[in-house]
Ligand binder design. Structure first.
Ligand SMILES: [Fe+2]
Length: 229
């Protein structure tokens, strides 16, 4: 398998390029508009053809590369069925499969950070978007976020995956790249709670400022980044 974790230093976003072989088809998770040229160059260097571009949710902190990648590669754009983004080709629901040339992702609906948040499972790895971070979790205070729903998504879906499952988050602000379900169960400070109510209390007390890009990114991402200037 070809697997690349690509970092955007402005928004601290991780994007993931995945394919089964050189010369084959590939998919990308959470591409960032500003890095589209870099992805296209890497795809050509690896002799891979991008056929699917997937967003884990409608992002508020960067503009998605979905539309630009669709225009340059004719790939299929994929988001969850709850997403309000326009012009998405394939909408997945909980349990759906995304197949690309021997690679199979399973969609897990994990509302909480947003109501359209999904995680994707691939052979012992889970891409957790902004639902679960390394020693953190995604904020739940806008875009129909809901801490009780996020507690359920994390405790009743993600933490039930095998302990050794590798966790690849949508962001990291400290430079960590990968964790495991077991590590997060034991060491993630937000997950050391006894109930959904206790978790909601922590999340509702965070008082975070809106992301810098919020007013630009959300409307642009409703059109998969195509109206960005
Ligand atoms: Fe997000």
């Amino acid at each position: 398998m070809i697997f690349r974790q690509l970092f955007d230093s402005v928004s601290c976003t991780y994007s993931y390029l995945i394919g089964s072989r050189k010369g084959g088809e590939a998919l990308i998770i959470d591409p960032v508009l500003d890095n589209v040229d870099r992805y296209l160059r890497l795809l050509s260097e690896l002799d891979m053809k991008l056929v699917k571009a997937v967003d884990t949710h409608l992002h508020a902190d960067h503009i998605t590369g979905l539309g630009a990648l669709r225009d340059s590669t004719r790939c299929i754009t994929v988001m969850g069925e709850q997403s309000t983004a326009d012009m998405v080709c394939q909408r997945v629901k909980d349990g759906d499969r995304i197949d690309v040339d021997g690679i199979r992702l399973k969609a897990i609906h994990t509302p909480g950070h947003t109501d359209d948040s999904y995680c994707f499972l691939l052979d012992g790895r889970v891409f957790t978007g902004d639902t679960l971070f390394i020693r953190g979790t995604g904020r739940t205070d806008f875009q129909n976020g809901d801490p009780v729903a996020q507690y359920d998504s994390i405790f009743n879906k993600l933490l039930r995956l095998p302990d050794e499952t590798l966790v690849y988050p949508g962001h990291d602000y400290k430079g960590d790249t990968v964790s495991t379900i077991r590590e997060e169960k034991v060491y993630n400070p937000r997950l050391q709670v006894g109930s959904a109510e206790q978790y909601a209390e922590i999340m509702n007390g965070l008082n975070l400022p809106n992301p810098k890009m919020f007013d630009i990114a959300v409307p642009a991402n409703m059109r998969i980044g195509l109206c960005a200037v």
